[in-house]
Design a protein around this ligand. Structure first.
Ligand code: NDP
Length: 295
């Protein structure tokens, strides 16, 4: 049976480290603040923002949320972002997605000043990642790399196969893990919905990362014996036995795959907590850079 890579425990270690750094900065007179912008009433987005704020408060980072109606004009949203850009008390800014259809995601991502872009989605930060000198790296890919390193599975020299090429996960993760740098140096294959013979790719992965958004999509026969499997998926499936009427599952058929893999992340409790922990770390990095301190 595969060993469980416990994202909750590893994320808790990172939060402790971040908390120490926040305290050190506070001793030097520097307060950190994360400002989140939430547009509309999407229930999942509200939960994500609440989770992030709770994590901030646990490590001593002040947070605020600016709630805007789903009808907010794009121009007003851009002005709000600009005022946060210019507010010296704000260390990091995040705009929770999805955004309503009338708002251009690209315009919004570009509006956040790169120095406060703790989500790492500004084209300048993504460009720096590709160019090999990252500044802010998106939190989920960063969390996946950290999970691999801290669980004793460095990607260096390994065949890493990523299922999913989204801007949020697959693409930045590929760029991060192929970097010419210790803790990366992987041979990376990125698969997507037009990939032919997906199984031929997944089956040769030493490290398989799945971010497809499809519950239980990766089955046992698609995984190489002894592989490390990182399940990024967060999917709600109906479950009449659960009091909530649903449960959260990943993109990997956990029972089957854990009989084949060497190590596997659970869902929940794998990548999810790492994403939040790395957002906190990016916020500390932003605040310390703005103050001229090093992290
Ligand atoms: P997207 O829907 O943006 O991307 C899904 C990717 O999977 C696409 O590249 C798509 O290909 C590919 N894909 C879909 N079906 C197949 C298939 N049958 N074969 C091969 N590739 C396929 O999703 P995200 O990257 O935003 O999210 C993926 C999952 O991760 C979701 O469940 C999401 O909730 C979760 N997530 C979890 C996070 C965490 O913190 N744990 C953070 C972010 C996301 P194509 O490009 O061709 O359409």
């Amino acid at each position: 049976m595969a060993k469980i890579i416990d994202g909750r425990t590893i994320a808790a270690q990172i939060r402790t480290e971040v908390g120490r750094e926040v305290a050190r900065l506070r001793d030097a007179g520097i307060e950190l603040k994360l400002s989140a912008i939430l547009v509309g009433e999407d229930p999942a987005s509200r939960i994500y923002v609440r989770t992030k704020r709770r994590a901030c408060s646990e490590v001593g980072i002040t947070s605020e949320v600016m709630k805007l109606p789903s009808t907010v004009p794009e121009e007003e949203l851009l002005q709000r972002i600009d005022s946060l850009n210019g507010d010296s008390r704000v260390s990091g800014i995040l705009v929770q997605r999805p955004l309503p259809g009338h708002i251009s995601v690209d315009e919004v991502l570009e509006a956040v000043t790169p120095e406060k872009d703790v989500d790492g989605f500004h084209p300048r930060n993504l460009g720096r990642l590709l160019a090999g000198s990252p500044s802010f790296v998106p939190a989920t890919p960063l969390g996946i790399q950290e999970l691999l390193l801290r669980s004793g599975h460095p990607p260096d020299g390994r065949d890493v196969v990523i299922v999913g090429r989204s801007d949020l996960v697959g693409k930045p993760l590929a760029a991060l893990l192929m970097r010419k740098s210790e803790g990366a140096n992987a041979t990376v294959t990125v698969c997507h919905s037009s990939t032919r013979r997906l199984e031929a790719h997944t089956k040769r992965a030493n490290i398989l990362v799945v971010a497809a958004g499809s519950p239980g999509f990766i089955r046992g026969h698609m995984v190489k014996a002894g592989a490390v499997v990182i399940d990024v998926g967060i999917n709600r499936v109906e479950d009449a036995r659960n009091p909530k009427g649903y449960r959260i599952v990943g993109d990997v058929a956990f029972e089957e795959v854990s009989k084949v893999a060497r190590a596997i992340t659970p869902v929940p409790g794998g990548v999810g907590p790492m994403t939040v922990a790395m957002l906190l770390r990016n916020t500390v990095t932003a605040g310390s850079r703005q103050s001229g301190q090093t992290f």
